[in-house]
Design a protein around this ligand. Structure first.
Ligand SMILES: [Zn+2]
Length: 272
């Protein structure tokens, strides 16, 4: 477990080993907001211990999206007294419907979570819901804004803005290829351009995994994705039966490119 990095007044980020998950912490005068809780009770307890080194205030939790490494630690925070778990409505439904099925992904790192036997292994479904309109969460003297920019990495990615910092969840991924399994590639590129357009509002931009990013990084990620969409769409038109021939020309790894093509075929953009 690494130390907290300060990113603006009363705003911190904790990068854990392994998947390099970024957990955010925003500390008001009344409550503190924890952004993403890790992949099970083991990591969740490490995150909670780190949070408790910074603040003893009651905690509010937000899950940026419904991938196990961002919410499987929720039960640890519920046991600590948290009652308010924020998420986009699509994220909350996905956790409700799909949470147990994701346990298989953590058999190595979190055996208790994988089997569902042990302390703090319940799936805690977010109960404070964000829809299309932004929601302000008052922490006392400091307000966090939870907002949705449409579909992207998943259909329920929530962003968290503070006066200094934007926590972008896995919409922005640093140090690894983006993950397309549940994605909407064309909408995702639009969401990235939208994030890039917010550059004057935030001093720090924190991705779901990896190091803090520049606006230019996000813009490049958007342009790369749009180019990949054009290349893959062309391949799907040219070789509908074997669009995987496009994999070598796509700017992602073979595994991500396979998912990228699959999701392009399965999805239609919402905003074009
Ligand atoms: Zn994710």
């Amino acid at each position: 477990m690494s130390d907290w990095l300060e990113v603006g007044t009363d705003t911190y980020v904790l990068q854990t080993a392994g998947e390099r998950l970024n957990t955010g912490l925003v500390v008001g005068s009344q409550r503190a907001l924890v952004i993403d809780t890790g992949c099970g009770p083991r990591q969740g307890k490490e995150i909670l211990a780190a949070v408790r080194q910074k603040t003893q205030l009651p905690l509010v939790v937000v899950n940026t999206h419904a991938h196990y490494d961002h919410y499987f630690g929720n039960a640890v925070f519920a046991d600590d007294g948290a009652t308010e778990f924020w998420a986009h409505q699509n994220c909350a439904s996905a956790i409700d419907n799909d949470g147990d099925a994701q346990r298989r992904f953590v058999s190595g790192a979190e055996p208790e979570m994988a089997t569902g036997v042990g302390d703090a292994v319940e799936i805690v479904v977010p109960n404070a819901i964000v829809k299309d309109q932004p929601v302000l969460v008052d922490l006392g003297g400091l307000t966090a804004t939870l907002f949705y920019l449409g579909r992207g990495h998943t259909d329920g990615d929530l962003l968290v803005g503070t006066p200094s910092t934007l926590f972008a969840g896995d919409l922005v991924e640093q140090g690894a290829h983006p993950s397309f399994e549940d994605s909407y590639p064309e909408d995702w590129a639009d969401a990235l351009r939208h994030i890039s357009a917010l550059r004057h509002r935030y001093q720090f931009l924190i991705p779901g995994h990896g190091q803090p990013c520049s606006d230019q990084f996000v813009k490049t990620m958007a342009d790369t994705m749009s180019t990949a969409v054009r290349q893959a769409r062309q391949s799907i038109r040219d070789m509908p039966s074997d669009a995987t021939k496009a994999i070598p020309v796509l700017p992602y790894g073979p595994e991500q490119s396979r998912w990228f093509i699959k999701r392009l075929k399965e999805t239609q953009p919402q905003h074009h």
